[in-house]
Design a protein around this ligand. Sequence first.
Ligand SMILES: [Zn+2]
Length: 465
Amino acid sequence: MLNTKPQSHPEFKTLSIFQLLKIFWQGRKLRPHEKWNREQIKQHQEKELRKLRDFAYSNSPFYKKFHKGLENSPLHELPVLTKKELMSSWDEIVTDRSLHLKDVENFLNNLKGAELYRDKYYAYATGGTTGVKGIFIYSKKEWFKFFSIAIRSSGWINIPFHFGKKSRMAIVQSTLPWHVAGGIAFIKIPFVNMLALDTTEPLEQIVKKLNDFQPNLLGGFAENIHTLAKEQLAGRLRIKPDTITSTAETLKKEARKAIEEAWGIKPFEEYGATETGVIASECEAHNGQHIYEDLVVVEVVDNDNKIVPPGEYGNKILVTVLWNRTLPIIRYELSDHIKLDTKPCSCGRIFTLIKEIQGREENVIHLPGQAGNRVAIEPDLFFDNMVLLPIDGWQIVQEKEDTISFLILGPHKDFKEADFLKHIVDEIVKHGAKPPSVKVEYIKELKKTKLGKTITIQALKKGEK
Ligand SMILES: [Zn+2]
């Protein structure tokens, strides 16, 4: 099983000034694209898509078969790639024939920090929102691109990267090295004084460290930033950041409100996935998140993979990543419910806006607490502990207020049910809940809702017992 404890002595990687400049330069080169018109974006996407597809057909045995006879068909006629399919065909999808999923998984199991795989690749794992484990890999060159896209919007939102004057950046997110957020937490950036806090640290400890550190930039998972805003409003946290960024989950309306009340500034959200890099970012006009249409093609679709018009929620999105080659991502399904904006943004940038991403509150399980209270168990606890189990997939159902079922798909022979249950109950209890009653149920396929969405964590709705 993968290590789910934050590393006490992680391996850090320090970027050289040259590498830092390269990252900034890559970001800068993209700037003019933001002033294109729709026709220029369309032409650019078509050109880049052709290059990507030609490369995939020559170097990926999977895509050669998957798109057979469709090599010249338009994107929207190509088959959809699910994570399940991607994982079962991993060795055939990758374009370096010496890469094998089993070896990369072994490597991730022993990862300490920001080490490279075979001195050539960065690898990350994710449970995502569908409960199927994913392993993704980037060449060194692609990783720099990944990083420069992650900070692309810093130019829009005035992130204080002042050369010569050290920025103080605090991030509260996963610091597990196989998690993409953790992987980045182990990068030391010149001129940036970084404090990486793990979401599983006790809140008082996080608050104390932040009070001592006094960041001018605070970033992290949306739910954690919301909690910190409440700590600031309660007077226990006393920091004065100039910029707040959030990733990984959707910032709920009440979280935005609390952040504005606590610090007098509006937060910036970023939307992305381990397999795609950052897909969209919020600009200074705070109207939604601009899709990086020069780097990815996003189709918002219904369950039949038909385009859903702007202004309406889709059931999922299909993403095509134009810039990576090691593990090409073409029409890859992400289960997020997204609504595009019908109007352009007032900031003048041409990229389409994501108006809203439906929150995943249904994923938060509330359990009776040890102090007679109710304790919220965030999805991260389950994702962090389930993602690298030797199983093919999982779902969690809160059957009753104090009863949780773990639905396990295709356990491998080294999956140990009793050890797993003990570990997960211990983790839940650490968060202040009474030990729930738990059981494992083995399933033949992941259950879907009437709408065809696979729900990974199904919490009891308010009022249900
Ligand atoms: Zn804008």
